[in-house]
Design a protein around this ligand. Structure first.
Ligand SMILES: [Zn+2]
Length: 676
């Protein structure tokens, strides 16, 4: 990405050499929008003040073309200069107080309205010009989707035409008018995407518009032939698996279409040191996690002039490894048999009550538990639950997927009817798709319980009592590893539900009791018959329903007992082997993919004191890992190798399972199994 004073000051040949050195397949190069890096003729399109007679964009395009690289132009439409404001004041975003919005970071600029003529007319002309001059392979627009509600004359008029309403006064996401605005914004942005894409294809049919982000993953998956995640690095309390999570979410709606993972070589914290360089260990683990989740690496560097060059060698090593092992990274399908469902409709329309916040913690807690349990898994979008879409999964996990339509509930029942199993928590299916509470769970038949209310909490000092099965005098397998505990801590909120059939009672409620004064810290009701876990078995399926917030509490306090219970519940509901089992110490994220003639098992090593708050200082190897991989019965194993250490491992085959031991993993290891 060029900066305005790059032309004449940076060395384009240095970059072309670097692209060659890292075997880059493609480059995304700054072209226009706020600043044009080519001799534009579009009125009001601001040429870099350093441009003169030069065309640095064109020079780089030609250099990339000569190396057979694909080229994408980067545009940024989110800000404009004073002359734009003078000529077309209606192109500028208006705030709720009626004032036009100055750029928050650079007050010489104005923030543009994303949903009006600036994008629909001016930027469309810019995109056409770039395509006509350079016939590149695509245009990628950054910050194209606006920054909050715009109250300009166009937005007022267009929103009224769409909804009959005035623009919402606040961005409270549960305000019905704001929800309507969100709906309108998605419609409008999709129109813009189609408009720009049509303009681009009109010049070159194989080229595409690629937006940097879109507020609906179903539309993203349907519209895109290629997409990129803009989740460049960790900041604050982001765990390293977060990069893989973004990939899994988009994979759910994009299928196996290519997905690029943009990563920053610099620090991504809130004070935005855009010319900084991150530590090698942090960059390596972040990119490895993206690769393990089927993303192609895309490094992002601002400014053609370099101040700190330490990143160059790091990226070169990463790209060189990719270049050498590309055939094992071109996956054709995931082999995971477990998936977490995610729900954009629940994210948008749920959360008015105390016990419903923070909603995202349910998903984060479940995600973290599966990583710790070394379960390879995918994510599934709740709008894509047909039998065909779910055919590869044995177990679906619903971490408080509170909003589900009747049709979605029907699909989930069909999934179970066809032999699938379900693990669900808390208010899953208690609301319809609009957020209106049902009298009973939409999935009451599957859970075998009815909602009786009320919600109880926040509970302090409440516990779960473990009970032996009266016929076998032993604990249920979901309590494995907890047998000596007698009891463990409860969550924070629970629902009162009534069983509609007979259930085992492995776990019952010990209600909250005083935590002060110390003299009164003893259970007032040490035993109840209120179950805190409902386990159902049918001929082919298992259903586990947990009427409390185990996943959210786990994310909040990361208690090891909650993690063990979740792991056991996944094992029990799945009731078949995982495609890969890895035994050993440490925290590894495991993924498994099939390529045309091979299987690749990725293991990313998160074992590090900086795991839950980066950045990693150093990579710390984990020791021996015993790995078992299911090989589909129609294949023969030809060859097994380790792509990171470069070693050829010893292995055994028994019962269609390949077994080997990995002596150590530093940041990432890939077991590649060639098959015929
Ligand atoms: Zn506007």
């Amino acid at each position: 990405m060029m900066v305005e004073n790059d032309p004449g000051n940076f060395d384009p040949d240095f970059w072309l050499d670097y692209f060659k050195k890292v075997h880059a397949d493609a480059a995304c190069l700054s072209a226009g929008g706020i600043v044009a890096y080519y001799p534009t003729e579009v009125p009001l399109h601001h040429r870099s003040l350093w441009l003169g007679d030069s065309d640095p964009f064109g020079y780089l395009v030609k250099g990339c073309r000569d190396m057979n690289m694909s080229v994408i132009a980067r545009t940024d439409p989110h800000a404009a200069w004073e002359n734009v404001n003078q000529t077309h004041p209606d192109w500028i975003q208006v705030e709720s107080n009626g004032e036009k919005r100055r750029h928050w970071s650079n007050p010489k600029l104005w923030v543009t309205c994303a949903l009006g003529p600036y994008n629909f007319e001016f930027m469309n002309d810019v995109h056409r010009e770039i395509m006509e001059l350079y016939e590149i392979d695509g245009i990628f627009s950054n910050r194209w989707a606006g920054h909050g509600i715009c109250y300009c004359e166009h937005c007022q008029k267009n929103f009224r035409t769409f909804s009959g309403l005035d623009l919402p006064e606040t961005n409270n996401r549960l305000n019905p008018i704001y929800q309507k605005w969100t709906e309108w914004r998605i419609v409008r942005l999709k129109e813009l995407w189609l408009l720009w894409d049509g303009t681009i294809r009109g010049v070159k049919a194989t080229s595409r518009f690629i937006p940097n982000g879109f507020p609906d993953k179903i539309i993203t998956g349907a519209q895109s032939d290629i997409f990129f995640t803009d989740h460049q690095a960790r900041r604050g309390m982001i765990p390293p698996w977060s990069n893989g999570k973004r990939a899994k979410e988009l994979r759910a709606t994009m299928g196996m279409k290519p997905l690029g993972g943009i990563f920053s070589v610099g620090i991504e914290e809130q004070y935005r040191w855009k010319d900084s360089v991150q530590n090698e260990a942090e960059v390596r683990v972040w990119v490895a996690e993206g690769t393990a989740n089927n993303m192609r690496p895309w490094f992002a560097k601002f400014s053609g002039v370099l101040y700190d060059t330490r990143w160059l060698g790091i990226v070169e090593k990463i790209y060189d490894w990719h270049y050498r092992h590309e055939k094992y990274l071109r996956n054709v399908r995931s082999l995971a048999n477990v998936a977490i469902v995610y729900s954009e409709q629940t994210e948008r329309n749920y959360g008015g009550e105390d016990w419903q916040n923070p909603y995202s913690w349910h998903e984060l807690g479940m995600y973290h538990a599966l990583v710790e349990a070394r379960v390879p898994f995918d994510m599934v979008n709740d709008q894509l639950l047909s039998a065909e879409q779910l055919q590869n999964y044995k177990l679906l996990i619903l971490p408080n997927i509170a909003l589900l339509s009747d049709a979605q509930c029907k699909q989930l029942k069909e999934f179970v009817h066809n032999g699938g199993s379900i693990l669900a928590t808390f208010e899953t299916s208690l609301y319809d798709e609009h957020g209106v509470r049902r009298k009973n769970f939409g999935l009451a038949d599957l859970f075998g319980v009815s909602y009786s209310g009320p919600v109880e909490g926040p509970m302090k000092n409440s516990y779960l009592k473990f009970n032996k099965d009266s016929s076998t005098s032993s604990y249920h397998s979901v309590l494995e590893g907890l047998e000596d505990a007698f009891r463990m801590i409860n969550g924070v909120w629970r629902l009162n539900v009534s069983p509609e059939q007979d259930f085992p009672s492995p776990i019952t409620l010990i209600p909250s009791y005083p935590d002060l004064p110390m003299e009164h810290v003893y259970p007032l009701e040490p035993d109840t018959d209120i179950r805190e876990l409902y386990l159902r078995e049918t001929e082919k399926s298992r259903v586990a329903y947990i009427p409390w917030d185990i996943d959210r509490t786990f994310w909040s306090i990361l208690n090891v007992d909650h993690g063990k219970l979740l792991t056991n519940l996944v094992k029990w509901t799945l009731d078949e082997k995982l495609p890969v089992e890895v035994k050993g110490s440490g925290i590894l994220d495991i993924t498994v993919w099939q390529q045309e003639h091979s299987i690749a098992v990725h293991m990313v090593n998160f074992t590090n004191p900086m795991m839950m708050k980066g950045p990693f200082r150093e990579l710390i190897p984990v020791g021996e890992q015993a790995v078992t991989i299911n090989i589909p019965s129609e294949y023969n194993i030809e060859n097994v190798k380790l792509l990171v250490s470069g070693k050829i491992p010893q292995y055994d085959i028994s019962d269609g399972r390949l077994m080997l031991t990995i002596p150590s993993i530093l940041d990432h290891e890939v077991i590649a199994v060639d098959m015929s």
